[in-house]
Write a protein of this length. Structure first.
Length: 219
C-alpha cells in the first residue's frame, strides 16, 4: 500500500550522509573535481572529518566569501557525476528504513544535502523513504520533523541531536560519522547505537515498550 493510502502509526526521521550513506568516497571525488575546476587548494582529508554541516560552511574555509556561492554551485553541479556511484549504503541502512515501513510507520529523510543529490543517492542505493527533505541542518531540521510528526530522528552528528531535540523527537545517534558515542551523549542523544544494523531491533523494542503511546505519535 502506498504511503499516500495509509495512515502511519508513527514517523521516524533519518539523516543521510554517514547515517544512511557512506558518502565519503563521493564527496572526496566531488571535491577533487572542484579543485581541478577552480585551482583552489583544499585539504580533502580534513573536509572528510567534518561532514555534516552545510556545504557553504565548509567551502568558506577554502574560498573568500565572495566566491563561496560560485564554488558551491560548481560542486553541486558536478556531484551527480562524481559523488553518487562511489558512495555505498552503510550496513543496515536499507533494512532500517524498510523496518519502519514494515512496522506500519513512515520514514522521512531530512538532510543538509540538497534534495536533488540526496534523491540520486537514495535511488541509486534502493533506499525508499516516504518523504525526502533537503537543505536543512541542525535545529533547522526541527521544522520538517515537526511537520511530519517524527517521534524519532536518527543521525550521526551532534547537529542531528540538536535537530531532534528542537523538534521534541527522541534522538537516536549512530557512531558511523565524525562524532563518537561520548560526544553524542553529551549533546543530548537519548540512544546511541554502533550503526543502523542495530536499529530494527531497537525500534521493535521501543514500539513494544511504548505500547499505546506509540499509536499517538501520528503525523
Amino acid at each position: 500500500m502506498s504511503s499516500a493510502a495509509r495512515t502511519p502509526r508513527f514517523t521516524v526521521g533519518f539523516d543521510l550522509d554517514l547515517t544512511l550513506v557512506d558518502s565519503r568516497p563521493g564527496i572526496r571525488a566531488a571535491y577533487a573535481s572542484l579543485v581541478a575546476a577552480t585551482g583552489t587548494a583544499i585539504d580533502i582529508d580534513l573536509v572528510l572529518t567534518r561532514i555534516g554541516p552545510p556545504l557553504e560552511q565548509e567551502l568558506a574555509n577554502w574560498f573568500p566569501e565572495e566566491r563561496v556561492a560560485e564554488a558551491a554551485a560548481l560542486y553541486v553541479a558536478a556531484y551527480p557525476e562524481h559523488g553518487i556511484a562511489p558512495s555505498p549504503a552503510l550496513p543496515g541502512a536499507r533494512e532500517a528504513v524498510a523496518a519502519v515501513r514494515e512496522l506500519g510507520g513512515r520514514a522521512v529523510v531530512v538532510t543538509a544535502k540538497n534534495a536533488r543529490n540526496a534523491r540520486l543517492h537514495l535511488d541509486h542505493l534502493g533506499i525508499e523513504p516516504d518523504v525526502l527533505v533537503g537543505s536543512l541542518w541542525a535545529e533547522a531540521k526541527a521544522g520538517a520533523l515537526r511537520e511530519y510528526g517524527a517521534a524519532v530522528y536518527v543521525g550521526d552528528h551532534v547537529g542531528d541531536v540538536r535537530g531532534a531535540r528542537a523538534a521534541g523527537a527522541l534522538s537516536v545517534a549512530v557512531t558511523t560519522g565524525p562524532c563518537g558515542a561520548e560526544e553524542l551523549r553529551a549533546a543530548g542523544a537519548d540512544v546511541v547505537l554502533p550503526g543502523l544494523a542495530d536499529f530494527p531491533g531497537w525500534l521493535r523494542g521501543y514500539l513494544a515498550a511504548a505500547g499505546p503511546a506509540a499509536e499517538e505519535a501520528r503525523a
